[in-house]
Design a protein around this ligand. Sequence first.
Ligand code: NAP
Ligand code: HSE
Length: 427
Amino acid sequence: MKIKIGLLGLGTVGGGVHKLLSGRKEAIARQIGSELEIEKILVRDIAKARGLDIPPQLLTTDYREVVNHPEIDIVVELMGGIEPAYQYIRAALQNKKSVVTANKDVIADYGVRLHRLAAEYEADLCYEASVAGGIPVLRGLVQGLASDEIYKIMGIVNGTTNYIMTQMTEAGLDYQTALKQAQVLGFAEPDPTNDVEGLDAARKMAILASLAFSAGIKMETVKVKGISQVTAEDIQAVKEFGYVIKLIGVAKQENGKVEVSVEPTLLRDSHPLATVKNEFNAIYLYGHAVGQTMFYGPGAGEMPTATAVVSDIMEVARNKKLGVGGKGLWQPTAQPVMKTADEIEAKYFLRVVVKDEIGVLNKITEVFSGHQISIENILQKLEKNQNQANIILVTHRLIQSNFEQALLELQKIPGLVDIRSCYKVED
Ligand code: NAP
Ligand code: HSE
């Protein structure tokens, strides 16, 4: 029996999937006991040169020829964006076809609804490629660590920003030059907003947290700050304390409450995540039984991402052969209760510029002690010829709402020129 596949999209990832399915046809058939065959492919432009050996009759511009095709068992969505991809996935599931997708936008926004729809129509829904392309972290979480209670996830889940931060740290580039270099190399898109403002990473963290904590984490509850404001001066300043800056996603569950964030974060330069360079991704999972385990590898790219998609296709095909298709058990068990700023604890790095006058430092420490904030490390550097000083400090763990109030008060100190930067610290 052949298992038939319909592709929605034949771009970078779709092309990789076609190459992998044809190049490893026999090996895949041996593993799942059935041949996989692409039956129909949706594209925007049939005439486009693709460098793939594809019979022209396979291509269509009408999605219904894929999602309504009576012989297609698995629909693979590789178009990207929310619409029309979301509607096409819904239509496929409602036709009792299992769906594999690499689309983090759709899964982050509609994952819970799609899981319900898949359960209703007894179809499988898999999306390994939506987080960290070539790293099988969702399967690691849901299957490999199924027996454990995962309470924290911390990772680098965006290659573009990790490339930019690596180049700023190691080659001394400024932000704009590093971004341009990332665009020339094809990591960053012409409009890099989703990557550099942290939205891409936030979607991936929402998906990871939803699976880890069995809860539908909504994007609007993720605290997001990108890297576009990180300066070369910040990179130098944090080096003084032995830190590097990375765009880090964190998801934690404590006492039944959840926090999820993506922000530029200071890590010790010896931290394993600090050694993850350029476009690579890495994700740490913390479980009560397993302790800490790290997944590392390429987060994107044609063939790495295709491995995740094809592995999902193989899982769905196996389920079908075993007669357990559509019996996927993941469902959110409860609405997550998100922590408030009064419940979130963190350490922070702060860089302020002050007038070089008597009593300014004293006023800063007064504001901090008024909000229960203790300083772990502090350094002052005079700015040449300006009668100003740079004060850089790292706090002990504090309550986030206290810190927010302290920052507002600091701005009122007469000798304070500017709060230049403020970053979370993960030790
Ligand atoms: P891509 O190169 O832009 O390819 C998109 C494909 O979808 C193209 O074949 C395009 O047709 C087709 N398409 C788009 N909109 C369509 C529409 N309205 N009707 C019909 N066909 C349409 O995108 P990609 O890089 O392969 O990414 C695909 C998905 O994988 C996205 O969700 C992305 O986030 C995810 N992903 C990508 C990577 C990566 O490294 N690229 C990594 C992880 C996840 P034409 O070819 O005719 O234009
Ligand atoms: N734009 C993403 C990144 C790859 O830079 O990691 C696709 O998820």
